[in-house]
Write a protein of this length. Structure first.
Length: 220
């Protein structure tokens, strides 16, 4: 009798192992991956990925998952319904600018939460006038289109700093009339950035082509 029970246990164990040979299923008897969970997952501790890998397929059916701190539940993150998306893009249209340009424009965007870059700009005269130039001091006939456009963090130790914008003609030049600028701004959530790379220096040696070093860490 004992031998018969042992054989039955062996057969049942073999069947269970064979059914799970393709993986472990929770909420499903037919897992298609090493671990497949059918249903919602609640996490009460930390979740670590030793090697998350690189996804090269279509993003149409993929989602970004986050842990909700209010209930520790893994949830789908939908930027379209969130006030705090990973990348925010907008255009600042600044009008009636002094001929000296803009030296300190407060965007109101938090330095602690975001990293701000200027993606591009358009310079026009007042009322969208395209006939605007930059002049050398004391020589209105010498037109040299040269600007300094950058986002920066104000100096000092004050808390709650916000990103500022500077847009001025270079080397003492001025606009020859009241100006308007349109700045394309992107604000990246700092807690969703993986790396902010350091400056990459490259000497062109007066040639027209070059190959820069890859930002660290190396891109896939």
């Amino acid at each position: 009798m004992k031998n018969i029970l042992a054989i039955l246990v062996f057969i049942c164990t073999s069947l269970i192992f064979k059914a799970q040979i393709n993986g472990v299923g929770i909420g499903t008897y037919t897992p298609t991956h090493t671990l497949e969970v059918s249903g919602n997952t609640k996490l009460t501790g930390n979740l670590f990925f030793e090697n998350p890998g690189i996804y090269t397929g279509s993003s149409a059916g993929s989602y970004f998952l986050v842990k909700d701190k209010s209930d520790n539940v893994i949830k789908r993150y939908v930027p379209a319904t969130s006030a705090f998306s990973a990348i925010n893009s907008t255009v600042y249209s600044i009008t009636n600018i002094s001929t000296s340009g803009v030296t300190d424009f407060d965007t109101g965007i938090s330095v602690e939460k975001y990293y701000v870059v200027i993606g591009g700009f358009i310079v026009r005269g007042q009322n969208n006038d395209s006939n605007i130039n930059i002049t050398r001091p004391n020589n209105l006939g010498d037109y040299i289109p040269q600007y300094s456009a950058r986002s920066f963090i104000p100096t000092g130790t004050a808390t709650n700093k916000t990103w500022r914008i500077k847009f001025t003609p270079n080397s003492g030049r001025v606009f020859d009339r009241t100006a308007e600028i349109r700045l394309s701004i992107s604000a990246y959530r700092r807690d969703m950035l993986t790396t902010i790379n350091t400056q990459i220096d490259y000497n062109m040696n007066a040639v027209t082509t070059g190959v820069a070093s890859i930002p660290a860490p190396a891109l896939p």
